[in-house]
Design a protein around this ligand. Structure first.
Ligand code: DGD
Ligand code: CLA
Ligand code: PID
Ligand code: PID
Ligand code: PID
Ligand code: PID
Ligand code: PID
Ligand code: PID
Length: 312
């Protein structure tokens, strides 16, 4: 297709740049400017809306392309192979083309709103500047091909199951855990701190397992989960906490996507995360909330998971 061909040209223009970026640099975990959680949540919300509007099949293929690309990483900078670099660009170009232009620009504008104007120049200063300009020129040509293949109307909303066992169980889980949700400091910057003692390649292994799980999920249910998160973001209070109803809808939606993949795929995520999350992290989280609320939430979760497993 045209986007695939254009991605090869983009690769010619951008792979030198890709090789020069230190993908393992911890700076990429930082907020791109001053820390503004509510504005950042707005930017994420725009990404969620774009993801919910995208073609689920193309999203899956993009997830698969990333998984494959992680498998061909080499060298100290963590760069993927030339072929996989092109495949990721092509897959993302197709995802972008599957949503109306305005949804893409809304993401750009919202990210711009939390990005210090000095950040792009700082990024450029870490690589060969001429190669960055060549890559950007390539991106400008690529985006014209994407625009020429872009849809003009959004896809239909997801179908949300009703009256199912997971939906019923989600009510009990939500009742048991909403007090805990209210105890959590959602506006803290602690969630942007590096995991103690873990390197980027180690962390990427766990993220890879999530990518694999995402690509196996039922596309309609994943879209419904994105829509539920978007709705929940719309009802947050000043501390970032969503309404009980929207919280319940998020739990139901997530239970359903978990049930749509094999148990082992879920356990692979859990086990790989357990390897990188030191117990000190969990204990620290626990120390900041009311312990009875956390225990009630945990009990609710362990009851909920049996219902999920039964329909998995
Ligand atoms: C950049 C963009 C990269 C900056 C990286 C910041 C992104 C951080 C994302 C953090 C989000 C949070 C998610 C994680 C949450 C974790 C939860 C725990 O360097 C601009 C200005 C605005 C920059 C900010 C907006 C970036 C938006 C990027 C899309 C968002 C993606 C989402 C990422 C999130 C995660 C994904 C899963 O656009 O951009 C560089 C540009 O900066 C440079 O400016 C451009 C002008 O826009 C353009 O108009 C033009 O002037 C150009 O061109 C210069 O510069 C000139 C000529 O016109 C060209 O023809 C050519 O010759 C060129 O020069 C060659 O030099
Ligand atoms: Mg990705 C984007 C890393 C998994 C879907 N992703 C980005 C970039 C960053 C990144 C490189 C955001 C920061 C930025 O804009 O830099 N992703 C990244 C990692 C992983 C991952 C490390 C780990 C596996 N992503 C992942 C998965 C999905 C996505 C699983 C779902 C399938 N990701 C996704 C989308 C987008 C990203 C939809 C973006 O739109 C965003 C992005 O790249 O925006 C431009 C700048 C970008 C780069 C350095 C990448 C190359 C860009 C072009 C080809 C060349 C460079 C031009 C110029 C020098 C700088 C960019 C200017 C900009 C205005 C265009
Ligand atoms: C400028 C000036 C003009 C010239 C110009 C110009 C540049 C404009 C630009 C630009 C626009 C632009 C847009 C970009 C958009 C990037 C969008 C990224 C989206 C990320 C998403 C993440 C996610 C997911 C995901 C799916 C999940 C939801 C999420 C489901 C259902 C300034 C050059 C025209 C770069 C969507 C993918 C996992 C949130 O206009 O003179 O330069 O860049 O998890 O959804 O699972
Ligand atoms: C524009 C203007 C509108 C019209 C429009 C428009 C286009 C927007 C577009 C577009 C946005 C867009 C985004 C793309 C992004 C590509 C990002 C590629 C990333 C590749 C990576 C590869 C890798 C790896 C990996 C992880 C490793 C690092 C690597 C570590 C820690 C402008 C059409 C709407 C194409 C990250 C995965 C293995 C490098 O908005 O008018 O057209 O395209 O090895 O991580 O090692
Ligand atoms: C400039 C002027 C214009 C021309 C121009 C220009 C240059 C702009 C540039 C540039 C922008 C730019 C951006 C780059 C972005 C790279 C993003 C990489 C993201 C990597 C990640 C990696 C990771 C992980 C991971 C999970 C870990 C955290 C991390 C935990 C909990 C100035 C040329 C356009 C290079 C996200 C995945 C392992 C961080 O604009 O005229 O030159 O470069 O380890 O999670 O640990
Ligand atoms: C233990 C001991 C026994 C008792 C027991 C026990 C506990 C086991 C547990 C547990 C398992 C467990 C699993 C959990 C799994 C969480 C998985 C999260 C996945 C996240 C993903 C994120 C993503 C995306 C997304 C889609 C994108 C890709 C991504 C596309 C196509 C120890 C109780 C049985 C909590 C998938 C969603 C946006 C990466 O066994 O005695 O306690 O918890 O962006 O994909 O867009
Ligand atoms: C298990 C054992 C195997 C069998 C199995 C199994 C089950 C795994 C499961 C499961 C995992 C799972 C996960 C669920 C997670 C639910 C998470 C809900 C989060 C809700 C939030 C709501 C909100 C917001 C929002 C953003 C705001 C904050 C809030 C800010 C900054 C165990 C079956 C495989 C259900 C976060 C979105 C508005 C609070 O593996 O043997 O069954 O379920 O307002 O952000 O303000
Ligand atoms: C313990 C012992 C057992 C019993 C038990 C127990 C407790 C465990 C606990 C606990 C675990 C736990 C975890 C918590 C996790 C909260 C995670 C919140 C994430 C929030 C984020 C917010 C954000 C943003 C956002 C984007 C911004 C950055 C942020 C940028 C660029 C010990 C009870 C089981 C509470 C990610 C989205 C706005 C940070 O196990 O016997 O009690 O709690 O602003 O992006 O700015």
């Amino acid at each position: 297709d045209q986007i695939g061909d254009a991605a090869k040209k983009l690769g010619d223009a951008s792979y030198d740049f890709a090789k020069e970026v230190d993908w393992n640099n911890g700076v990429f975990l930082q907020a791109p400017g001053s820390f503004q959680p509510l504005k950042a949540l707005k930017a994420i919300d725009k990404m969620i809306e774009m993801g919910a509007a995208a073609d689920p099949e193309l999203l899956k293929k993009a997830a698969d392309a990333h998984h494959k690309a992680i498998g061909s990483i080499s060298g100290p900078n963590g760069v993927t192979s030339r072929a996989d670099w092109d495949a990721v660009n092509a897959a993302l170009g197709r995802v972008v083309a599957s949503v109306p232009k305005q949804k893409v620009m809304d993401v750009y504008d919202a990210v711009k709103d939390i990005t210090d104007p000095k950040v792009p120049a700082y990024m450029k200063s870490l690589v060969n500047g001429a190669d960055a300009e060549k890559a950007y020129q390539g991106f400008l040509e690529f985006k014209d091909v994407v625009a020429a293949n872009q849809v003009t109307t959004a896809s239909a909303a997801a179908t949300v199951p009703t009256g199912d066992k997971i939906g019923t169980a989600a009510k009990a889980l939500s009742d048991a855990s909403y007090p805990f949700i209210k105890d959590i400091d959602w506006l803290s910057d602690i969630y942007l701190k590096p995991l103690p003692g873990k390197t980027a390649p180690e962390t990427l292994k766990a993220i890879d397992k999530m990518i694999v799980m995402g690509s196996k999920m039922d596309g309609n249910l994943l879209k419904a989960a994105a829509e539920a998160h978007h709705k929940a973001i719309g009802s947050i209070d000043a501390t970032g906490v969503t309404s009980p109803e929207d919280y319940e809808a998020v739990n139901a939606a997530l239970g359903r996507i978990v049930a749509s993949v094999p148990k082992q795929t879920v356990m692979d995520v859990y086990n790989s995360m357990a390897k990188i999350v030191d117990p000190s992290v969990t204990n620290n989280m626990f120390s900041k909330v009311n312990p009875l609320d956390a225990l009630s939430a945990a009990k609710g979760f362990y009851t909920f998971k049996d219902v999920v497993e039964a329909v998995q």
